[in-house]
Design a protein around this ligand. Structure first.
Ligand code: SAH
Length: 371
């Protein structure tokens, strides 16, 4: 007889400290924060708009280049802020055009950013934390644990760097996915500030509907985010159709159980009227059987029509031994969902030749440093 061990619930995660850099970067300030800084420094507030324009529209590389500001003000800015907190230490380009950057932060930690080319435009995948403490069993990002949160400016700078790369060919960042390393809902305030800076009409002016934030299921912050009502797309890394299996794959489920997660998703739908994407990484023999698809369909059906499933063939991670689901079985899984009217797409892989899956380049970099 199969005896399943009861799942022990865990306490909610202790909130993390925000990362306050010793010196703020130019990308850490909102327009209003620039206005107050300028006021404190005896400057008219319209200069905030000028600074924003240099940073986000002209995208210069230093305060020195902000030629409509006085020399004195430029010197003051230089003294008070670092311009950018990221240094590119490596980049790789895939055959399909995907570019992956490895950036070094001021404290020498490394993070990754990926720029992907699609028929509908360019999307950038950003990192929100140095490492991750969520512990999903299939994920490379969590292998070395969490070092620290990123500041808002460190997240913003990833987009500016990506846009500067695209400037060379006259292209723009058309969408953003917060699906890089880290759990964005554990770095909530910085993530929110980042979002507000991205959608600001005087800044990069990226439409909220072109931005997606993905979470492993930090329930209290899903509620908080719903209440912001920002029209941003929400993605939930669900990966299992029930409590027992989800707890095995994702320890976060023992802190915020499946039923609570589903309730929070329904709250998000009702509050924002936006569709939720559920990410489901198919792992051979683990979560990819017909009965899993059936069970998932029953759970998600209640959210129709505001639901969509993204089926992801699991990416190979050396330290983990999950196998990929066979092609035919992926299609079979998709068909079961569709039979229940749940739209399901199979994620096209990008940059697989350059280990573009989250955490993989950074993991390699850390390994090479240890050797
Ligand atoms: N922490 C957030 C943001 C990361 S998004 C979250 O969990 O949603 C990155 C997505 O890739 C998540 O859905 C994550 O579960 C998934 N993922 C992680 N490792 C993977 C792997 N080896 N194969 C396929 N998907 C993976």
């Amino acid at each position: 007889m199969l005896v399943s061990t009861p799942i022990q619930p865990l306490k909610p995660l202790k909130p993390l400290q925000p990362h306050i850099p010793e010196k703020l970067s130019a990308y850490d300030l909102t327009l209003e924060e620039w206005q107050s800084w300028l006021k404190e420094n005896g400057q008219p507030s319209f200069r905030a708009g000028q600074i924003f324009d240099w940073l986000y529209v002209k995208r210069v590389g230093s305060f020195e280049e902000m030629s409509n500001l006085s020399k004195e003000l430029r010197r003051k800015l230089d003294e008070s802020f670092i311009f950018v907190s990221l240094t590119e230490i490596a980049s790789q380009q895939s055959k399909d055009g995907t570019v992956k950057f490895l950036f070094e932060l001021a404290d020498k930690n490394a993070i990754e950013t990926v720029v992907m080319k699609h028929s509908y435009g360019n999307s950038v995948c950003v990192t929100t934390q140095v490492g991750c403490r969520i512990g999903c069993t299939f994920c490379a990002s969590t292998l070395g644990g969490l070092k620290r949160n990123l500041s808002a400016g460190e997240i913003v700078a990833q987009i500016v760097k990506a846009q500067q790369l695209l400037d060379a060919t006259g292209e723009r960042v058309s969408s953003i996915v917060i699906m890089g390393i880290g759990e964005p809902f554990e770095n909530y305030d910085a993530m929110l500030k980042f979002l507000k800076l991205m959608i600001h009409e005087k800044g990069l002016n990226i439409g909220a509907r072109h931005i997606t934030v993905s979470t492993s299921g930090i329930v209290p912050n899903i509620h908080r985010f719903a209440d912001e009502n920002m029209q941003i797309n929400l993605a939930i890394s669900i990966h299992a159709p029930n409590d027992e299996l989800r707890s095995k794959l994702m320890p976060v489920n023992r802190r915020y159980p499946f039923a609570e997660l589903i309730e929070a998703c329904k709250y998000y739908l009702h509050t924002t009227g936006r569709r939720i994407t559920f990410e489901y990484a198919l792992m051979g023999g683990v979560n990819d059987k017909a009965e899993h698809a059936q069970e998932l369909a029953v759970v998600l059906k209640e959210m129709l029509p505001l639901v969509h499933v993204n089926l992801i063939p699991v990416n190979f991670v050396m330290e983990r031994d999950f196998k990929r689901t066979e092609r035919d079985d992926i299609f079979a899984f998709q068909r079961i969902l569709e039979k229940h009217n749940i739209p399901a797409t199979i994620r096209r892989e990008q940059g697989s030749d350059i280990a573009a899956a989250c955490g993989q380049l950074r993991a390699k970099h850390m390994e090479s440093q240890v050797r």
